[in-house]
Structure formats: structure tokens, C-alpha cells
Design a protein around this ligand. Structure first.
Ligand SMILES: Nc1ncnc2c1ncn2[C@@H]1O[C@H](COP(=O)(O)OP(=O)(O)OP(=O)(O)O)[C@@H](O)[C@H]1O
Ligand SMILES: [Mg+2]
Length: 249
């Protein structure tokens, strides 16, 4: 007989009324959002809107001034180690060790996370992210940004992190690498992972995300699932982007 799980699971991400900033000055001014397993959410907004600040809070690097943040029920500012174990972060300048090859990078980075996966598990993860086998033994100094992204996403899979945070993942990728990234993130989403990507590039994002939150001046100005409609409204969008966090109201 099938066992029905009636236990309510906490969402991957729950942010309510988040106020956070630097030196007592709030940048995020009451941000709320939710992300469930199996969803791909884009956090959009112009330069200075507060996107990276939000990621810093989620990573437990910046404490909220007020409001609630939970990562699978864990507060990053209270329990950063446990919260970080649930997530994988792929920064904009995807840094890996250039003098190590792909496999060595994974062994080393997994070791830092206290893990020792076998070769078969590593090969499986590298095939899942579609990193060409010819590159596995190449020094990462020769990797493109798309390849380094794949390596870090393979690391996330091996760490079994159920939440993936990506900062500007499509920036600096050529059209083919962008398509590959979109396909990979869709597969991971369909397999039940929660994915949050931050971007100021609506065009690159609309092919990838299935829901968006638009930040301006540290507030959620719009949210929804129709990224095409948001993009089609070009004039309104320019106004939205113009509302920068560092400008007076
Ligand atoms: N370490 C810091 N100390 C003080 N102010 C900061 C710091 N980091 C960011 N800010 C300010 O916070 C605001 C939001 O910055 P944030 O980096 O979150 O924006 P963003 O949406 O990521 O922008 P971008 O698209 O340029 O990456 C900006 O006004 C910025 O100047
Ligand atoms: Mg940023």
C-alpha cells in the first residue's frame, strides 16, 4: 500500500516582510516571496534594486533588520550551517580552481563540504549537467563560463542541495550555452528542485523562469508568471527599471 505523506513540508523559501541593508540603512524594504520545490523563480530588477542583497540574506551573510526568512524551515541568520546545507549558490563570476581539472575540483570542493562521493556518482552528476566527458580531465582554466556553471551545478547535485540560488546565470553566455542552461535548469526543476535566479536581463530570463518577482527600490513591484507580458510592456518596464534603489522617491 502506498504511504501517503500528510506531513506539511515547509516551502523551499519563505520570505515575509524582509527589511535588510547596510549600516542600519534598509535596502530591502518589506520583501515577501515564496518558492516551492519544483519551481523556478526569477528575481528581476535593475541595478541597485536589491537582488544581490536578497541573496546575501538567504546565504546568512546579512542579518534581517526585521521580517522572516526561512530556507526549508531554517532561518539562515540563526542557523547558517544547517540552512546553507540545504542550498547551493552559483555566483555571477563562477569561480572554480583553475589549476585543477573538473574531477579534481569536484573532489576538492566536496571534501570541503565533508563529502566523499565515489567516481560513479561524480560521473553521473557530470552527465546529468551535460559537461562533455573530454573536459573532465581538463584544467578548469580552460573552461568557459557555461562549463564552470555546469561544474558548480554538478557539485550542487552531489551535495544533494534541494535549493539552487544563481546570480545572473545567463550573463556572459552565448545563445547555445544559454539554451543549455535553460534546458538543465528545467530538468532540475522538473526533478523537484527549487531554483531561484537573480537577473536584470528579462529577455534571457523569460526563456528559463516560470515565475517572477520584480524588485524596484527594495520592494516587490510586480510578480506573476507571464514573463512575456512583462517583457512586451517595454515602456512600462523602462519606468520600472528606472526606479533604482539609490535614487530618491
Ligand atoms: N556592502 C554594501 N554596503 C553599503 N551599501 C551597499 C552594499 N552592497 C550594496 N549596497 C547598496 O545596496 C543597494 C542594492 O544593491 P544590490 O547589490 O543588492 O543591487 P542589485 O539589485 O544586485 O544590483 P545589480 O544589478 O547592479 O547587481 C545599492 O544601492 C547598493 O549601493
Ligand atoms: Mg547584484
Amino acid at each position: 500500500m502506498a504511504v501517503i505523506d500528510l506531513m506539511p513540508r515547509p516551502p523551499a523559501l519563505k520570505v515575509r516582510g524582509l527589511v535588510a541593508g547596510y549600516g542600519g540603512e534598509p535596502v530591502l524594504q518589506g520583501v515577501s516571496l515564496r518558492l516551492q520545490a519544483g519551481e523556478l523563480l526569477a528575481v528581476l530588477g535593475g541595478n541597485g534594486a536589491g537582488k544581490s542583497t536578497l541573496l546575501k540574506v538567504l546565504l546568512g551573510l546579512l542579518p534581517p533588520q526585521s521580517g522572516q526568512v526561512s530556507v526549508f524551515g531554517l532561518a539562515p541568520s540563526v542557523d547558517p550551517v544547517a540552512a546553507r546545507a540545504m542550498l547551493a549558490y552559483v555566483p555571477e563570476n563562477v569561480a572554480v580552481y583553475p589549476h585543477l581539472d573538473g574531477l579534481e575540483n569536484l573532489h576538492y570542493l566536496l571534501g570541503l563540504a565533508g563529502r566523499r562521493p565515489d567516481e560513479a556518482a561524480i560521473a553521473l552528476a557530470l552527465r546529468e549537467v551535460d559537461l562533455p566527458e573530454a573536459a573532465w580531465r581538463q584544467r578548469a582554466a580552460r573552461y568557459s563560463k557555461g562549463m564552470r556553471q555546469k561544474l558548480l551545478i554538478a557539485l550542487a547535485l552531489l551535495r544533494e542541495a534541494p535549493l539552487l540560488l544563481l546570480d545572473e546565470p545567463a550573463s556572459g553566455l552565448d545563445p547555445e550555452a544559454t539554451d543549455q542552461l535553460a534546458a538543465l535548469l528545467s530538468r532540475l526543476r522538473d526533478a523537484g528542485r527549487a531554483i531561484l535566479m537573480v537577473s536584470h536581463d528579462l529577455e534571457a530570463t523569460s526563456a528559463i523562469a516560470d515565475r517572477y518577482v520584480f524588485l524596484a527600490k527594495g520592494r516587490v513591484l510586480r510578480e506573476g508568471s507571464d514573463l512575456a507580458a512583462l517583457g512586451a510592456d517595454a515602456a512600462a518596464l523602462r519606468t520600472l527599471y528606472a526606479r533604482r534603489a539609490d535614487l530618491a522617491p
